[in-house]
Design a protein around this ligand. Sequence first.
Ligand SMILES: NC(=O)c1ccc[n+]([C@@H]2O[C@H](COP(=O)([O-])OP(=O)(O)OC[C@H]3O[C@@H](n4cnc5c(N)ncnc54)[C@H](OP(=O)(O)O)[C@@H]3O)[C@@H](O)[C@H]2O)c1
Length: 295
Amino acid sequence: MDTTLITGATGSLGGSVARMLNEKKENSNIAVLVRDVNADKAKELEALGFELRQGDYDDRASLVSAFQNVSQLYFVSGSDIANRTKQHENVVSAAKEANVGHVFYTGVSMNDIDTNSSLYFSLKVHELTEKWIKESGLKYTFLRHNLYAEVIPMFLGSKEQIVQSKMVYLPTENGRTAFVPRVDLAEAGANILANPTAFVNKSVELNGAEKVTFEEVANYLSDITGESIAYVSPEIAEFEKVMTENKVPAEYIGMMSAFGEGIANQVFDTPSSQLEDILGRKNQSVKDFLAEVYG
Ligand SMILES: NC(=O)c1ccc[n+]([C@@H]2O[C@H](COP(=O)([O-])OP(=O)(O)OC[C@H]3O[C@@H](n4cnc5c(N)ncnc54)[C@H](OP(=O)(O)O)[C@@H]3O)[C@@H](O)[C@H]2O)c1
């Protein structure tokens, strides 16, 4: 029987893909890659009927074993930013050794970017991974995701924080981003895994139907909370100073500055998207998403 193996299934994206695919694909085996087969999240997946396969992106040999007889591999990009280049190299070379049938890799959808920017430094892993997958000769589909809508609350904090400061404070200028709620990206992935033929050796750009500025986000938040929320886009140096004074951890400040600068430079204002066609509907709007989080 064909086996589809979903990585990152104990996490948000992979977990949704596994559950959604399970509802679409009858008579096929869906396995999940887990680091610890005894972890609660792994046990939950096993109880739902998924086959557990142990593997760690840091341990190439574990991946070669886990990838045996896999016809489709949904490869969720790693979350360990410092080590994921080596991890992705391990995943691709293990997939080649195990002769996986088709690799579906979750990368990023964005415009060209200055290779000296700090954002390029954290995102170039996607370019490299796509290159390695192509060079492997395996069948592939690159699922290029724009920024998750979940990034907005990650940057802005809780409702209490927003209502107290009455401000969206981010160095994004008037940059637009085609945000997509993560669950819609998961559904697109599950749809493609269920009907992959048209997507063999293709890149798929998965961007939101609207491209919003953080000024628009502030306006949505004003409507949702009933408070007047202003938008302030400081210079990067000022932003970093204020965040440091507010004891935000340095790694978060670096990440928000890098993405803020990228958004200001229209890196995520991507020109085209296949998301609506693949979902058969528009993705959830940013305002509706924010209403669920902050309403
Ligand atoms: N486009 C965007 O805006 C955006 C935003 C955030 C993240 N991302 C990317 O999207 C990916 C998925 O996002 P998410 O929200 O689903 O993340 P998440 O909930 O943190 O899930 C990450 C998953 O990766 C697994 N994992 C981490 N390190 C691993 C390793 N060494 N070997 C095997 N599995 C490992 C985790 O397993 P454990 O349960 O064992 O920890 C977990 O299942 C992230 O990893 C990141 O690369 C994109």
